[in-house]
Design a protein around this ligand. Structure first.
Ligand code: DQQ
Length: 474
């Protein structure tokens, strides 16, 4: 980030209709994982993986912003950067933050030797998180447990407090086998004792390397979230729900946290005791296009997490989002027709409910062109019990190409379908029945692509509410 004038930098992108208006992203340049979420003195601090020098990944530093309401953000100076000759000289990779009895402390992965060596480091602040001092004893964990048999994949410490001390989970892999999460304990955040693997992966489909672990109690259960790294575009976030017994995790239920672009999520507990998740919404365009745009990466709207009686994770965008909703349109089956134009905007918040007996393929069209086929559709196929996002794009040769993302979304026999759709320029967050998440990045070609229409029959539509959404930066 250019720290001189973030407001002016943000302003310089005002013509870019693909750039989100109500999701957080830095003033310019690259962002990936959320880091170090911490509720501190009535505000939420969000740190993030950031390249201050360009719109592609590199020079990993921790960008920093603060919010009173989880919706509006104020940019703060970069928190930590690589230190030449230090254990983080190649990059300050992801991690978490804690309040250590009044001292905010960041716990992160330092990388050196082009990331071939990954170790855990800490930094503290004594001026309410404006400046940070790296600990002289860094790295505080210098070696991966021997069972791992490699040094390159050992990262993303997540730390929490229990009665008998601080605990940390770190993502890694066991060479030749699968992903693993290692568990540590400490009394002072500096001296760490390795306990054992919290959980070892057994199946390739859950990833050969587990990064960005989160481990926390939710209701009566424990939840482990991992980002399953394959090195391909199939990297997926999984969650496990189960019990925590004698420092080992015994999962009972495993599921996909998001079927689309959301990756490396991080959770924390806010001032209202809510467990809240932010996730990186990865781009779906070439390096060339990201360089041309001058920015890359968006954070999801924070989501409140709960568990249902089947141990499935439920996710609801924070209710604070409703406070910025603008112009409102409301329909039911009897007041709307198939394909009816509802609104024109690149930035909307949509809530739709279809009754349990609605059948066929139905949903909404967004980013529709006024005079052509280009658009994106969010639909539910009741026969296949599948949620889909697909984009129709006209290529230069006139052909129509499609880009599709799909999620299995079985409904109980008497269960209505609810869709929450957050469209924000090139960001599309879709959550069905609060439990199936399908995020996508879609890039309308033309400024005029802003039609929102009903798609498919309106029979079965119980209610449809659409709000235009403003910029959070004005
Ligand atoms: N991104 C970070 C790593 C993490 C990965 C590096 C996940 O710490 O494992 O930028 O996106």
């Amino acid at each position: 980030m250019n720290e001189q004038n973030p407001t002016a930098i943000r302003q310089s992108f005002s013509e870019d209709f693909q750039r989100p208006q109500y999701h957080f992203l830095p003033p310019s340049n690259w962002m990936n994982d959320p880091n170090g979420l911490l509720f501190w003195k009535g505000q939420t601090h969000l740190f993030y993986q950031h390249n201050p020098f360009g719109p592609l990944w590199g020079n990993m530093s921790w960008g920093h912003a603060v919010s009173d309401d989880l919706i509006h953000w104020q940019d703060l100076p970069i928190a930590i950067r690589p230190t030449s000759g230090g254990p983080d000289e190649f990059g300050c990779y992801s991690g978490s933050a804690v309040d250590n009895d009044g001292t905010p402390t960041l716990i992160y992965t330092g990388t050196r030797d082009r990331a071939n060596i990954q170790t855990q480091c800490i930094a503290t602040s004594d001026d309410d998180m404006i400046t940070w001092q790296k600990h002289p004893q860094n790295p505080v964990i210098s070696e991966v447990p021997a069972v791992s048999n490699q040094t390159r994949d050992f990262r993303d410490p997540y730390v929490w407090r229990e009665d008998d001390g601080w605990y940390m989970v770190v993502g890694s892999r066991i060479e030749g086998k699968a992903g693993v999460i290692f568990l540590y304990r400490s009394q002072n955040l500096v001296d760490w004792e390795y306990l054992n693997p919290l959980l070892e992966g057994t199946e390739e489909r859950y990833g050969l390397m587990w990064e960005c672990p989160n481990f926390f109690k939710l209701g009566d259960k424990w939840v482990l979230i991992i980002s399953s790294h394959t090195g391909h575009s199939t990297d997926t976030v999984h969650y496990f729900v189960g019990d925590y017994v004698d420092h080992r995790f015994v999962p009972e239920h495993v599921d996909v946290l998001d079927y689309g672009t959301l990756y490396a999520p991080l959770t924390f507990v806010d001032g209202q005791d809510r467990r809240i998740l932010f996730g990186w919404l990865r781009e779906n365009r070439s390096d060339r296009d990201q360089s041309f745009a001058g920015w890359s990466g968006v954070q999801s709207i924070p989501r409140v997490l709960t568990l249902d009686d089947q141990n499935r994770l439920h996710m609801q965008p924070v209710p604070e989002l409703a406070s910025i909703r603008g112009e409102h349109f409301h329909y039911t089956a009897s007041t709307i027709n198939e394909d009816q134009l509802i609104a024109e905007s690149h930035n909307v918040d949509i809530e739709a409910t279809y009754s349990a007996d609605a059948s066929g393929t139905f949903g909404l069209t967004v980013l529709g062109a006024p005079d052509g086929d280009e658009c994106t559709r969010v639909v539910y196929d009741s026969d296949r019990q599948q949620l889909m996002v697909y984009t129709l794009t006209t290529e230069t040769n006139g052909a129509i190409s499609t880009y599709t993302r799909a999620a299995v979304h079985p409904l109980a026999a008497d269960e209505d379908l609810t869709l929450r759709i957050l469209l924000d320029g090139s960001v599309l967050e879709v959550i069905a029945n609060e439990r199936t998440s399908l995020t996508a990045r879609v890039y309308p070609h033309h400024q005029s692509q802003q039609q929102v229409r009903l798609y498919g029959p309106s029979t079965g539509l119980m209610s449809l509410d659409i709000w235009k959404m403003p910029s959070i930066w004005q």
